[in-house]
Design a protein around this ligand. Structure first.
Ligand code: SF4
Length: 336
């Protein structure tokens, strides 16, 4: 067992001080958060809360998902129900019409949504799709005062610049796991390609939204590596997903996660990315179980009403949990 020179009682405060001073969470401290049994959960959550509170108070940003294109993906990400070789029984459909996407933007605005996020499955948009998305973003921005985020797979610098010029605010593309583990989850593209997309988005002046799926066989060290990489990319939004097997998806069942480990991982992301929106994203209900509301101490954002191909709590239950835990909804973000 590793001997630590700093006692747990001092370690919590050191984590807070470093994060609030803008310091980098060291690899050793990241590992300790995840693996030291003497680091106890409640003081760790309270320490993460001090950092969260500085930047986000007790506010919670709630995201609601509704995919504009589902399934039919040529990639083989083995955790994904939409992958080319997945046998998962999911609903598959091609992209919705412009009218439907515009109606989604209108509904999002009318429901008080702060941000409207457009999500397409697939490897990458071709030039025609980038042109269409740019035109849609321009129309949405002209008609409704909402922030717009797009998730459409790989983009290069020229697509990123075009989307930025059309008024896009943010681009989502998840790293999903560390470079050292990437070969275990996908063979049709590489971690480097994912990173290049994020660098293109950042270079064009778009905000970066990018996260990870925990529980796919990665080591604790690899979780820290991803969190640190997202800090380098200045990711403003970090969805932290917890792996859930969808029957038919190639990766299969994994039994790596406990509720406590998930919470420790959320705390790690908060300490490494103090002022980023940290989202307890896909799989929170299944993996956090009775400790779900503790996620609000490190995280300031949640999904409601389920995920692309996995069910979750409805809005009522999510809102109830937020208020029961003493937090309040800060904004709703519609993901269409
Ligand atoms: S994660 Fe994205 S790129 Fe990979 S198979 Fe699923 S939809 Fe396709």
């Amino acid at each position: 067992m590793t001997e630590y020179s700093i006692k747990p009682a001092d370690f919590y405060q050191q984590l807070v001080n470093t994060a609030l001073a803008g310091g980098v969470l060291s690899q050793g401290d990241g590992m300790r958060i995840l693996t030291d049994p003497d680091v106890e959960l409640l003081p760790l959550m309270q320490a993460a809360f001090q950092v969260r509170k500085r930047y986000f108070g007790r506010g919670v940003r709630v995201h609601i998902l509704n995919n504009v294109q589902n399934g039919l993906c040529p990639e083989d990400c083995n955790y994904c129900a939409q992958a080319v070789d997945s046998e998962a029984a999911i609903q598959k459909y091609k992209i919705k019409s412009d009218a439907e996407i515009m109606a989604g933007a209108k509904a999002a605005h009318e429901s008080g949504a702060y941000r409207y996020c457009i999500v397409l499955s697939g490897r990458e948009p071709d030039k025609k799709r980038v042109d269409e998305m740019s035109a849609l973003v321009k129309r949405i921005k002209a008609e409704y005062p909402v922030e717009v985020c797009l998730s459409a797979g790989f983009i290069d610098e020229s697509a990123a610049v075009q989307l930025k010029e059309a008024g896009l605010n943010r681009y989502n593309h998840n790293l999903n796991t560390a470079e050292s583990h990437y070969g275990e989850i996908c063979s049709t593209h590489s971690y480097r390609q994912r990173l290049a997309t994020l660098e293109a988005a950042k270079g064009a002046g778009l905000e970066v939204c990018s996260g990870m799926i925990i529980g796919m066989g990665e080591s604790p060290d690899e979780i820290w590596t991803v969190a640190n990489k997202l800090r380098e990319l200045n990711a403003r939004s970090i969805p932290v997903n917890f792996y859930v097997h969808v029957p038919g998806a190639k990766l299969g069942e994994r039994h790596q996660l406990t509720p406590e480990y998930c919470l420790r991982a959320l705390a790690l992301f908060r300490f490494s990315n103090p002022d980023a929106e940290i989202r307890a994203a896909g799989g929170r209900e299944v993996n956090l179980r009775s400790l779900e509301s503790l996620a609000l101490y490190p995280a300031n954002s949640l999904f409601s009403e389920g995920y692309l191909n996995v069910g979750g709590h409805g809005a009522d239950k999510t809102m109830q949990m937020i208020s029961d835990a003493g937090f309040s909804v800060e904004s709703i973000e519609e993901v269409d």
